[in-house]
Design a protein around this ligand. Structure first.
Ligand SMILES: N[C@@H](CCOP(=O)(O)O)C(=O)O
Length: 433
């Protein structure tokens, strides 16, 4: 499989080089030359396959030739060694729980896969790799955990000061060793911009071997297809495929779902469930793409004003807005609506979503009101405890803290404050590495 840059000014690369580079030299995102289409029988008989076999079959065509199949099987097995259950909330709506991994968020799948691929490729290199990553909350913790203590790898996480939850901040600032956090006095988009600029700074990249662990990196983005197909395995009504509502910020997750759909996965419709940061729903309505400064909300991991993966979504649909609209509808949900649906779902169905899941639930409910024969699922992208400061006042109860993170919450934060300014990042990196 070859990958091309969406800016079309850089040479094609294979999976190994795309993973190591993170982003193409012309600042474009890498995109696969062909999208594999799986046989109908694979999806028709999906219950027959183990989770590992499903994940392996999905990812193998993208990796082929760069990691041998036996090593890849091992990577896949370690990546999804936790449950990904589809849980009924009511008669029409199911929750795909993606928070049973070590950092309680869907990002664990991509981060674990990428860290293992990079570990595999790094064995062949002597140089230290510096992984740069921007986070609005969940990516940072998952990448910190996935790359913790990996030999030859240093991780630098940029996060917007005061704009991630207290649990997320602990997850990305307390591990120490090879994990370093930079607290940026700006927005997630500032962090993302600084990171992207670093990759094209020749002076810096001559001295430091940099890569990205955001979904701009194909090794972070592509494995996110796994759980869409694992959801299909658990979907009972195979004659009536699900509507899938995806809480969306940087749009890597929904873009992976759309990719799986183009590869043959039965899905009735996709919903981009956004908070007040509604650049993509506005685009779907008007045809105009207008990036905006990110607005802070209670579903903070989706506080993105210029989603990186929007260009990949356009490419998937050959830039044909009509085709995209046939598959994807966008909704924007306010913080007040999020609080009230969170409470309602908890009281009425005894199911506690996190604020991102609540946005996904309400967007799905709105769509199903117009499409009465359909049923659907929302992606429950993170455990509600990660947002206990929002959730507890809404439901008037304490959210029990899972054992997986109890000890980490007692550790002290270690971070360096920096301005939302590329020169500040460059100076920090040159000084440290
Ligand atoms: N929602 C993200 C923002 C970065 O997204 P990514 O998938 O490109 O890493 C976060 O939680 O940090």
């Amino acid at each position: 499989m070859k990958y091309y840059s969406l800016n079309k000014q850089s040479p094609d690369v294979d999976f190994k080089e795309a993973t190591i580079k993170g982003q193409a030299p012309d600042k474009g995102l890498y995109f696969p030359h062909t999208i594999p289409v799986h046989e109908q029988a694979f999806f028709d008989n999906i219950e027959q396959y183990s989770n590992e076999e499903i994940a392996f079959r999905l990812i193998q065509p993208y990796v082929a030739g760069t990691i041998p199949d036996d090593a890849l099987r091992n990577i896949v097995k370690e990546t999804i060694n936790f449950s990904i259950p589809l849980v009924p909330v009511n008669e029409h709506i199911f929750s795909l729980e993606l928070f049973h991994g070590p950092t309680l968020a869907f990002k664990d799948v991509g981060a674990r896969f990428m860290s293992r691929c990079l570990g595999y490729f790094a064995k062949e290199r002597r140089e230290k790799v510096v992984v740069l990553v921007a986070t609005s909350g969940d990516t940072g913790g998952a990448v910190a955990h996935g790359f913790y203590d990996v030999p030859g790898v240093e991780v630098v996480i940029l996060y917007p000061s005061g704009k991630v939850s207290s649990v997320q901040e602990k997850q990305l600032t307390t591990l120490g060793k090879n994990i370093h956090a930079l607290e940026v006095t700006g927005t997630f988009d500032d962090c993302q911009q600084m990171v992207k600029q670093a990759f094209v700074d020749e002076e810096l990249t001559k001295k430091i071997f940099l890569t990205s662990a955001n979904s701009i990196n194909v090794a972070r983005w592509l494995p996110q297809q796994f759980y869409y197909v694992l959801a299909w395995k658990q979907w009972a009504d195979k004659k009536n495929p699900p509507v899938i509502s995806v809480p969306s910020g940087n749009f890597g997750n929904i873009c992976a779902g759309l990719l799986a759909h183009i590869s043959g996965l039965p899905v009735k419709h996709f919903i981009a469930a956004c908070n007040a940061n509604a650049v993509v729903p506005s685009f779907l309505a008007s045809g105009e793409y207008q990036p905006k400064k990110a607005i802070a909300t209670i579903s903070n991991a989706m506080d993105v004003g210029n989603p990186s993966n929007f260009v990949r979504i356009l490419e998937l649909f050959h830039h044909k807005l009509g085709d995209l609209r046939n598959v994807l509808t966008g909704y924007s949900i306010s913080d007040d609506e999020t609080r009230s649906v969170l409470k309602e779902v908890y009281q009425q169905y005894n199911y506690l979503p996190d604020p991102h899941g609540a946005v996904g639930y309400l967007a799905l409910e709105r769509y199903l009101r117009q499409h009465t024969n359909a049923k659907g699922m929302f992606l429950e992208t993170a455990h509600p405890v990660k947002f206990y400061d929002v959730v507890e006042p809404v439901i008037g109860e304490t959210v029990p803290v899972p054992d997986a993170i109890k000890e980490q919450l007692k550790l002290a934060k270690q971070s360096s404050l920096i301005a939302p300014d590329y020169d500040a990042l460059k100076a920090t990196l040159l000084d440290r590495y």
